[in-house]
Design a protein around this ligand. Structure first.
Ligand SMILES: [Zn+2]
Length: 406
C-alpha cells in the first residue's frame, strides 16, 4: 500500500515534502517524496496530512482507567496505596478489560501507538481480543503474601500471545517495587527477563516513604504491609537504588518508573546498568512530589523518557503524552520541543531494544505512524506537540484507523 501525504517526519532531522510511505503487512518498505504506485497497488492520498512516528509511552496502567477521579493523593503515598487496595474488589476482569480497551483507544487518538502497560491481574487478560495500540504487557509480580510461580506464569503469557498473533502485543516483566517484591523475586525476574529477552521494568524510588522503609526508618508503609512480613533487606540502604545495588536487583537496560528519590551516589550504578528512567509529569504533580532530578540525570547521560502512569494518580485520563510534555516543559524550561520529541520516540524505542522498529519511520520499521492535520509549511514538531486536537488517522502494525470527529 502506498500512502501519499503532504509531509512525512522520518526522524527529527529528516522531513519529506511531499511524504510518501509504502508499507507491506506490518512493515514500512519504502520512504520518499516521489514513490509511484505499482500496478494494482492500493493508494491512500492524504495531501493535507503530516505523517509522523507514533509515540511510545513507557509507563502506564491501562487496566486502571476506571479509577480516574476516584482517589486522592492523601497525606502520603502509603495512604494512596491503601485506597487502591480497597478498590481492588470493584476491578473485576471485565472492568479491567474495558479500561484497557478504552485507554488504548484514547492514547491512540492522542498520537501514542505503543504502550508499556503494567499488568497486575494476568488472568483478566483472558478474553481480551484486541487493543487499538501496540502493547507491552508488563507482567507485575509481588511476594508480600505468597510466592508467584514466575516461570510458569511467563510460559502461560507467552502461549497466550502466540494464540493472538494478529495483535501487536509483546511481553515485559515487572517486579512491582522494592517494598512488595523481595530481592529473591527481583533476581528471579531478572533471570527470566534475560533468558527470554524481555524488557524489565519496575517502580523505583517513587516516594520518600519508600526511601525511609528501605533505610530502616519509621514510615507509614508499616501500616499497609503485613505485620509478619519478614524482610531482612529492609533497613540498610541509603536509597532505593542503593537497595538495588546491594541486592543485585536490576539487569542491564532496566526501565525504571519514577526515580524521584535520587542520591548523587546512585548515579554510577544507574549509568553502569544503562538504566532508562521514566518520568510521569502529571502524576508527579498530582502527588505534589519535590522537583524531578531531570538535569542531574541528563548531565550523567542517563536517558529519561516521558510516561503517563495511570488515571488513578493523574488527571490525564486520555494518556495524552502532549499533556505530559507541556507540564514537563513548564517545570524544566530548558527542554526544547525537539528534545521532548526524542523522549517519547527514539529514546523509549532504544529502551525497548526496538530502535530499528519504532520511534522513526524508516525502511524496516513497523508501520506505526500517526497522521496530523497541521499546516505543512512549518517545522511540524512544535505544531504537533503543542496541538490539542486528536490525530486524524493512525496505523499500528499496518492496521489503519481513521479517527472519527463529531
Ligand atoms: Zn505506575
Amino acid at each position: 500500500m502506498l500512502i501519499r501525504a503532504g509531509t512525512l517526519v522520518e526522524s527529527l532531522g529528516r522531513i519529506h515534502r511531499p511524504g510518501h510511505l509504502r508499507m507491506e503487512r506490518e512493515l514500512i518498505t519504502e520512504i520518499g517524496s516521489s514513490l509511484s504506485p505499482r500496478p494494482g497497488e492500493e493508494v491512500l492520498d492524504l495531501p493535507e496530512i503530516t505523517l509522523a512516528p507514533g509515540w511510545i509511552n513507557l509507563h502506564a496502567h491501562l487496566e486502571l482507567g476506571s479509577l480516574h477521579g476516584a482517589l486522592t493523593p492523601g497525606k502520603d503515598f502509603p495512604f494512596w496505596l491503601k485506597q487502591i487496595l480497597t478498590r481492588l474488589p470493584s476491578l473485576t476482569s471485565e472492568v479491567r478489560r474495558q479500561s484497557i480497551q478504552r485507554s488504548a483507544q484514547e492514547a491512540l487518538c492522542a498520537g501514542t501507538t505503543s504502550i508499556v502497560s503494567i499488568t497486575s491481574d494476568i488472568p483478566a487478560m483472558a478474553g481480551l481480543t484486541s487493543t487499538a495500540s501496540r502493547v507491552w504487557w508488563a507482567l507485575e509480580f509481588m511476594d508480600v503474601q505468597n510466592q508467584p510461580e514466575v516461570s510458569a506464569i511467563v510460559d502461560r503469557a507467552m502461549a497466550w500471545l502466540s494464540r493472538n498473533p494478529a495483535n501487536a502485543w509483546h511481553l515485559a516483566l515487572s517486579p512491582h517495587a522494592p517494598y512488595t517484591a523481595s530481592p529473591k523475586l527481583y533476581q528471579e525476574i531478572l533471570t527470566s527477563s534475560s533468558a527470554h529477552k524481555l524488557p524489565f521494568t519496575t517502580h523505583l524510588a517513587e516516594s520518600p516513604e519508600e526511601t525511609c522503609l528501605l533505610a530502616g526508618k519509621e514510615t507509614s508503609f508499616r501500616d499497609i504491609l503485613p505485620k509478619d512480613l519478614l524482610r531482612k533487606d529492609f533497613g540498610n540502604s541509603k536509597s532505593p537504588i542503593d537497595w538495588c545495588k546491594h541486592n543485585q536487583a536490576l539487569p542491564k537496560g532496566a526501565i525504571l518508573a519514577h526515580v524521584n528519590e535520587l542520591q548523587p551516589s546512585d548515579l554510577p550504578y544507574l549509568k553502569e546498568h544503562r538504566a532508562t528512567v521514566v518520568h510521569c509529569p502529571t502524576s508527579h504533580e498530582w502527588f505534589g512530589r519535590k522537583s524531578f532530578p531531570f538535569e542531574i540525570l541528563k548531565e550523567n547521560e542517563i536517558p529519561v523518557c516521558i510516561g503517563t502512569d495511570s488515571p488513578a494518580s493523574s488527571p490525564n485520563f486520555q494518556l495524552d503524552l502532549r499533556q505530559e510534555i507541556r507540564l514537563f516543559r513548564e517545570r524544566h524550561s530548558n527542554v526544547s520541543l525537539h528534545e521532548a520529541w526524542e523522549m517519547i520516540s527514539t529514546a523509549p524505542a532504544r529502551a525497548l531494544g526496538c530502535e530499528s522498529r519504532l520511534g522513526t519511520l524508516q525502511t524496516g520499521s513497523w508501520a506505526d505512524w500517526v497522521g496530523w492535520r497541521i499546516p505543512t509549511t512549518h517545522d511540524p514538531i512544535p505544531l504537533i506537540l503543542q496541538g490539542i486536537d486528536p490525530a486524524e488517522i493512525s496505523c499500528v502494525g499496518g492496521k489503519i484507523t481513521v479517527h472519527e470527529k463529531i
